[in-house]
Design a protein around this ligand. Structure first.
Ligand code: ASP
Length: 325
C-alpha cells in the first residue's frame, strides 16, 4: 500500500463527518450540510486543511476571497512533504518537475500557467497572467520568462529528496510508461465564497507523476480543473486530468447548477458523464467539489478515497466524499 493510500485511509478514519447524499442530507443531517455558511472555503484532499486555514486567515486580514484562494494554495505549494503540488512534486518521465495552475473570480476574470519550470508559486504567476496581461494562459518557457520579468525567484532545478527517491524507483520497472492508476494524483483545488456572495477559486499541481514531457492536465484549463461564475457557483476537480478535460468537468458542473441542480447533484452527474466517456474507469480516479451562490456545497468522486476540507470562519474539518463505485 502506498504512503499516499495509507494517508487517505487514515484520514477516512479520522474524518469528522461523512457527506450524505442530497436525499439523505435532508432527512438525517444538520442543516449546515446543505445551507452553507458564508464565507465558505472547500479544498481537495488532506492538504486542504492547512490550505483552508491559510486561506481563512488571509480572508480575515484582507476580506478578499481572491487573496484567500491564492494564499491558501501557496501553503500547499510550499509543503515539502507533498509529492503532487509544487516544485517538490513528482517529476515527468524525463525527471523534470513541471507545474500547472489556474485562478478565477466570479466576474469571469481568469489566468493560468502550464508546463512551467523553476517557479515555486505557479498560482501567483497565474494571478499575474489574470491581472497584468491581456491573456488567459501562458505556458512553458514563456511562463518562466514572465516570472523573471515579474521578479519571481527562479529556483534551482533539482528534485526534492522524496521525489528523487520515488523517481529512481519508478525507473526500475516502468518501461518509461506514465502511471495511470487511481492513486497517482492529489492536486489542490480550492473554491470559496465570501460573505457577500462573491466566488473565486484556485487550482495548482505538479500533475500526473511520470507524465510525458510537455503533458498538461486539467488544472490550468479554465472550465476543466476550475470554473467560477458569480451568477451560479464554482467547481474544481482533481484526478486524472485527461478524463476531466474530456467532459469540461468544472464548467459542466457550474452549467448543471445554472440549470437548477444542487451542487451535489451536479457533481454526481459530472462523474456519471466522465464514466460514460472513459473506458479505463477502473484505473482512474476523479473527484469534484462545488459551491453554489447560496453557499450550498457538494462533492463526488469516481472511486472511494476522495476527501476534502470545509472551512468557515469558525471551523475547518475534513469530509469524506461519496463516490460512484
Ligand atoms: N488533475 C491533475 C492532473 O491531471 C492531477 C491530480 O489531480 O493530482 O494533472
Amino acid at each position: 500500500m502506498s504512503e499516499r493510500r495509507k494517508f487517505i485511509k487514515k484520514s477516512i478514519l479520522g474524518s469528522a463527518i461523512f457527506l450524505p447524499s442530497v436525499a439523505n442530507a435532508f432527512k438525517n443531517s444538520p442543516k449546515e450540510i446543505l445551507i452553507g455558511e458564508k464565507p465558505l472555503i472547500l479544498s481537495t484532499w488532506n492538504h486542504g486543511l492547512p490550505a483552508n486555514a491559510a486561506a481563512i486567515s488571509k480572508y480575515k486580514e484582507t476580506g478578499s476571497i481572491l487573496d484567500a484562494m491564492e494564499t491558501g494554495v501557496m501553503d500547499t505549494e510550499l509543503d515539502l512533504s507533498n509529492l503532487s503540488v509544487g516544485l517538490q512534486g513528482l517529476p515527468d518521465r524525463e525527471g523534470i518537475t513541471t507545474l500547472d495552475a489556474s485562478i478565477m473570480t466570479g466576474d469571469g476574470s481568469c489566468g493560468s500557467v502550464a508546463f512551467v519550470r523553476q517557479v515555486k508559486h505557479p498560482i501567483s504567476l497565474a494571478r499575474v497572467v489574470m491581472e497584468k496581461t491581456p491573456h488567459v494562459m501562458i505556458v512553458g518557457e514563456g511562463a518562466r520568462q514572465l516570472a523573471i520579468a515579474e521578479g519571481f525567484p527562479i529556483e534551482k532545478e533539482e528534485l526534492s529528496p522524496n521525489a528523487k527517491a520515488a523517481y529512481e524507483k519508478w525507473k526500475i520497472n516502468s518501461k518509461y510508461k506514465p502511471i495511470i492508476n487511481i492513486e497517482n494524483h492529489d492536486t489542490i483545488g480550492m473554491i470559496g465564497i465570501d460573505s457577500n456572495g462573491n466566488l473565486a477559486g484556485s487550482c495548482t499541481t505538479s500533475g500526473l507523476a511520470y507524465k510525458m514531457h510537455g503533458r498538461v492536465g486539467d488544472s490550468p484549463i479554465i472550465g476543466a480543473g476550475l470554473y467560477v461564475d458569480n451568477e451560479v457557483g464554482a467547481a474544481t476537480a482533481t484526478g486524472l486530468g485527461e478524463s476531466i478535460i474530456k467532459i469540461c468537468g468544472s464548467f459542466l458542473i457550474v452549467e448543471l447548477m445554472r440549470q437548477g441542480r444542487t451542487p451535489q447533484e451536479a457533481c454526481e452527474e459530472a462523474v456519471k458523464r466522465l464514466i460514460s466517456k472513459n473506458d479505463n474507469i477502473n484505473d482512474l480516479q476523479a473527484g469534484f467539489l462545488a459551491i453554489n451562490k447560496d453557499g450550498e456545497f457538494g462533492a463526488y468522486a469516481v472511486h472511494p478515497g476522495f476527501n476534502f476540507a470545509k472551512g468557515t470562519l469558525s471551523s475547518n474539518i475534513m469530509i469524506d466524499s461519496k463516490s460512484h463505485f
